[in-house]
Design a protein around this ligand. Structure first.
Ligand code: NAP
Ligand code: MG
Length: 496
């Protein structure tokens, strides 16, 4: 078996991990024909290693391998056997948890302990959840007339293409791998070329678990070339995408201009967290803080707008600032680090520019606002106050550790402000009044609404957006609908 070029990468603490840097196609690591791409450690700005990327011929090869695997092996395998293989993979991930988390932290800059205890742990849980579904995907029988019968089959789509971002390199992939494979599809996954390493470790585990050749193919490459070619490929039945709304539109164009492939788009957000006067403010400060500052603000669902009822504004701000001051920035491999660097120079500059735009628009920097340290793409957790909903910083996705705080008088006003956004991914309300909680959760135009908490995920609960935050649900039973199509079979009884 070809085992392309394995590199040994090293953390700041001296831990070493061996990782493949070639494409994973048809269960082999093979050289790519696209440009070599350097992946950078955002904490040090140094090159970790170079990886091969896929050109059009490599994408064609990956799609062909996935097509063959769908036709010849995967769709013929007993569903329970698919489940067993996915469980086997989850066991191997459990065994190699530290290595996968190390690559996540090194490539992305997130704290190692968070990568291990959240990203990788939740990814394993996600695989196990969907492994359990593999043999429970059934159609229905429908009675029509005495001499006719009808049943439905929930069939796989065929080859799924996936393009994922860099903010949760392992988890965003697993959210797609798990339901796609459980439902009987094969897959071509393009990692973000900014964070390719963790998925090449996963590729090794797919191979070791015994997945038939071609069921899982993992490639990397630039979005504008490799990603665009994949999304307009006629051999792909569905594209699953997570990333910006702008790129989501391009993926739609790719589908429209080729074979009208099914789409699932999980795009950006500008989620509002509404803090009512009757809220437990200490609880609200803790959860609102995690709601924006988890993952350095690089989450699509980040609660980046906090709307506070006027009478508790001073008290909430005091608690929220105190909470934010506890954030420890630093080396992702330190045990006490909560916030690492932003992903790259472009995002780092974009975020600092937004802080300036906010100030120019009249916002006040109540905390932070600057680069942290002199090496790596670190930005101080930043609180902008005196924000108004029509400001760019209240409307556009900053995707960094920057929160915009505004005040409101009535619940109706808060709902109107929260909904005054092109996005509709998530929202939250902090209140001790059940009626307020029900009113706000019913009225918010958002795919997920949290009450007295924020950013709480579970593999069994669906996640996906309203409005320009996209469509289609990931996770939970709902995700299976995204990876299956319903066939109706009608039979005429001819009589004895
Ligand atoms: P992006 O451009 O949407 O990138 C996401 C993925 O799509 C990457 O793998 C990207 O590759 C690929 N891509 C780009 N153009 C493509 C095309 N024409 N066809 C197919 N795939 C394509 O996001 P980004 O540039 O990394 O970040 C920019 C902004 O997007 C952020 O500031 C944030 O606002 C938002 N974002 C949202 C999420 C989310 O979870 N919803 C995640 C990441 C970013 P390249 O990297 O080569 O472009
Ligand atoms: Mg990197």
């Amino acid at each position: 078996m070809t085992q392309g070029d394995i590199q040994t990468v090293k953390t700041s603490k001296g831990q070493e991990v061996k990782v493949h840097t070639h494409l994973f196609i048809n269960n082999e690591f093979v050289p790519g024909h696209g440009p070599l791409i350097e992946t950078i450690n955002p904490a040090t700005e140094e090159v970790i290693c170079s990886v091969h990327s896929a050109d059009e011929s490599d994408v064609d090869a990956a799609v062909q391998a996935a097509k063959n695997a769908y036709k010849d092996t995967w769709r013929k395998l007993a569903p329970a056997e698919r489940g067993r293989l996915i469980h086997k993979l989850a066991d191997l991930m459990e065994r190699d948890k530290e290595e996968i988390a190390t690559l996540d932290a090194l490539d992305n800059g997130k704290a190692f302990w968070i990568a291990r205890d959240v990203d990788v742990t939740d990814s394993i849980a996600c695989f196990r959840y969907f492994a359990g579904w593999a043999d429970k995907i059934h159609g229905k029988t429908i009675d029509t007339t005495f001499d006719k019968m009808c049943y439905t089959r929930h069939e796989a789509l065929g080859v799924v293409g996936a393009v994922i971002p860099w903010n949760y390199p392992t988890m965003m992939a697993v959210w797609k791998f798990a339901p796609a494979l459980a439902a009987g599809n094969t897959i071509v996954m393009k990692t973000s070329e900014i964070t390719p390493l963790p998925l090449y470790k996963l590729a090794e585990l797919f191979q070791e678990a015994g997945f038939p050749a071609g069921v899982v193919n993992i490639i990397t490459g630039y979005g504008a070339t490799t990603g665009a070619y994949l999304s307009s490929h006629k051999g792909i039945s569905k594209m699953a995408f997570t990333g910006s709304t702008l790129t989501g539109r391009k993926i739609m164009e790719g589908s429209a201009g080729s074979n009208l492939k099914k789409l699932q788009l999980e795009l950006g957000g500008k989620s509002a967290q509404i803090v009512c006067a009757d809220a437990d403010l200490a609880n609200a400060a803790v959860h609102a803080h995690g709601g924006i500052f988890n993952n350095h603000g690089q989450s699509c669902n980040a609660g980046s707008r906090i709307l506070v009822q006027e009478e508790v504004y001073d008290k909430f701000l005091e608690l929220f600032i105190a909470e934010t001051k506890k954030i420890v920035l630093g080396d992702p491999f330190n045990d006490d680090t909560f916030q690492g660097p932003q992903i790259n120079k472009a995002q780092f500059e974009k975020i600092l520019n937004y802080i300036k735009i906010g100030q120019d628009e009249g916002a006040t920097v109540a905390l932070g606002g600057k680069r942290w340290g002199d090496k790596g793409y670190f930005i101080e957790p930043t609180i902008l106050t005196n924000c108004k909903n029509n400001m760019r910083v209240m409307q556009e996705e900053i995707f960094g550790p920057v929160v915009c705080i505004a005040t409101f008088k009535t619940i109706e006003e808060a709902i109107e402000m929260a909904n005054d956004s092109d996005y509709g991914l998530a929202g939250g309300v902090y209140t001790s009044n059940l009626d307020t909680a029900i009113t706000v959760t019913n009225e918010l135009q958002a795919g997920t609404v949290w009450v007295n908490c924020f950013d709480v995920f579970d593999q069994s609960t669906p996640f996906g957006g309203y409005k320009q935050s996209g469509f289609g649900k990931e996770l939970g039973k709902y995700a299976l609908q995204e990876y299956t199509q319903v066939k109706v079979v009608k039979i005429q009884r001819l009589g004895l």
